[in-house]
Write a protein that binds this ligand. Structure first.
Ligand code: SUG
Length: 447
């Protein structure tokens, strides 16, 4: 067992954060469509979470935003002329496509990739596969910059492999770590990787949701496990309950979160709860850990409350005393059922004995809670020392990034602003400056 820590790579909210209602099946995204956003506040809320976790001694890093608007997408769809012409034409003829080109969705880095730590992989390297996110137009091109960013941060081939995304076709719908977690005695020990899928492409008899799309397929999860060289005896695949997808659980991380030997989940999360828990218990015993399911009954917290409050889209963090803290959004306190449940949870004498609460409302209004905002990367000390150091959160980086946000971000973006060529220029200037702050020249193709 090697000394390892889990780094949370939080997405830095981009300067074009906006509410476009692009994610059918994501209740918050649909409810807040076309309302005004506050990119500056959104970025500062995210940075506060990063800074506070770093200050508490958790390993914290930042994942840069992506370049917006995506002119390549707009031009590939026939909008032409100068950049200003492209924006004006798209605004006139296809405002939804225009919002897709401006989407700030890469802030939810849980969807950037699936990550397997070296303790789980055949070649002893950390494996990443950028998610193709092919279910939604506005997310379907994120993988290009995500791959480029991961390769810039994790450059050392002795330690890291960043795979290309899976083929971008419905059979391989892949939403990254939002449907993946791992269990292990500690972050450096051999673990069990757990993949949850919503649909099986090549088995028409498998259950699927009727109302909302299932974004992750079994075939995609299996392909990622193969690419990463995972041991089949330490890999568990489970079907998500299609009925909860139809209630707004568009990713499994809206209804379950795992950490260490603990799975915190809602009783309705999986299509077959008993066999899923049994498979995990056996597999986790195989790596020498005692699996601890923390099951939340629907009588305590109905699925609708879980979706509204994002109770399960929380971060479960192991503290130095071995106990765990649950990091939840403010919305959990505002929901009576959830708030009562949480008070009982931390007093129960179980593995979770502390609540951390953050205001992430700007992100929550688009259906992105604390867990969506971070990509977990467990790294040994050697691996951590060999990744790019400029993204590690420190007080100094925090101060620089706050200054940068205050200089470059607007405090209000409404739908009509997406036609404004000046906003595009501001976004480019912001990213040019960010390359310097993070020490990653050439991170973006800003030509
Ligand atoms: O893919 N929302 C994102 C939220 C992603 C949350 N991530 C996790 N659960 N890990 C999505 O649905 C909304 C964009 C808009 O409507 O403007 C959006 O893309």
């Amino acid at each position: 067992m090697r000394n390892a820590r889990e780094y949370n790579f939080d997405g830095l909210v981009g300067p074009s954060h906006n509410y476009a209602g692009l994610s059918f099946g994501n209740v918050a995204s649909f409810s807040n469509v076309r309302s005004a956003s506050n990119p500056r506040l959104a970025a500062l809320q995210g940075l506060t979470k990063m800074r506070d976790l770093a200050a508490r001694g958790f390993a914290q890093a930042v994942m840069p935003p992506q370049a917006r608007p995506n002119f390549r997408l707009l031009r590939s769809l026939g909008f032409s002329g100068t950049d200003a012409d492209v924006l004006a034409q798209a605004w006139r003829e296809a405002p939804v496509i225009l919002s897709c080109a401006w989407s700030a969705a890469p802030m939810w880095t849980a969807n950037a990739a699936t990550v397997s730590p070296s303790a789980d992989t055949r070649d002893g390297r950390v494996h990443f596969t950028a998610a193709n996110l092919n279910n939604k137009l506005h997310r379907s091109e994120e993988h290009a910059q995500a791959t480029r960013t991961l390769r810039a941060i994790f450059r050392n081939h002795d330690h890291f492999v960043v795979h290309d995304p899976l083929p971008s076709t419905p059979a391989f719908g892949d939403e990254g770590a939002a449907n993946h977690t791992r269990f292990a005695a500690n972050h450096g020990a051999a673990g069990v990787e757990f993949f949850v899928y919503g649909r099986v492409e090549f088995d028409p008899s498998a259950p699927f949701p009727k109302k909302y799309p299932a974004r992750q397929t079994l075939e995609a999860s299996q392909a990622v496990a193969r690419l990463h060289g995972l041991d089949p005896a330490r890999t568990v695949f489970a079907a998500q309950n299609p009925d909860v997808i139809d209630q707004g659980v568009f990713h499994n991380d809206v209804i379950a979160v795992g950490n260490g030997n603990v799975l915190f989940y809602h009783e309705e999360a999986f299509a077959d709860e008993a066999s899923t828990i049994d498979a995990l218990r056996r597999s986790v015993a195989g790596v020498g850990a005692d699996f601890v399911p923390v099951r939340v009954a629907g009588a305590m917290v109905p699925v609708a409350d879980a979706v509204a409050s994002y109770l399960f889209n929380s971060q479960l963090l192991t503290k130095t005393d071995g106990k765990m803290a649950l990091l939840v959004p403010h919305e959990c306190r505002e929901n009576a059922a959830v708030s009562a449940y949480l008070a009982g949870l931390v007093a129960s004498g179980g593995p979770i004995d502390e609540l951390l609460e953050f205001d992430l409302r700007q992100s929550m209004r688009n259906g992105g809670g604390p867990a969506c905002l971070r990509l977990r990367v467990a790294l040994t000390d050697d691996q951590a020392a060999s990744m790019h150091q400029g993204v590690i959160m420190t007080e100094a980086l925090y101060a620089q990034l706050v200054g940068w946000v205050e200089r470059h971000y607007r405090d209000r973006v409404e739908p009509k602003d997406l036609a404004d060529p000046q906003l595009a220029l501001e976004c480019t200037a912001a990213l040019e400056a960010l390359e310097g702050i993070l020490g990653l020249p050439g991170l973006y193709d800003l030509s």
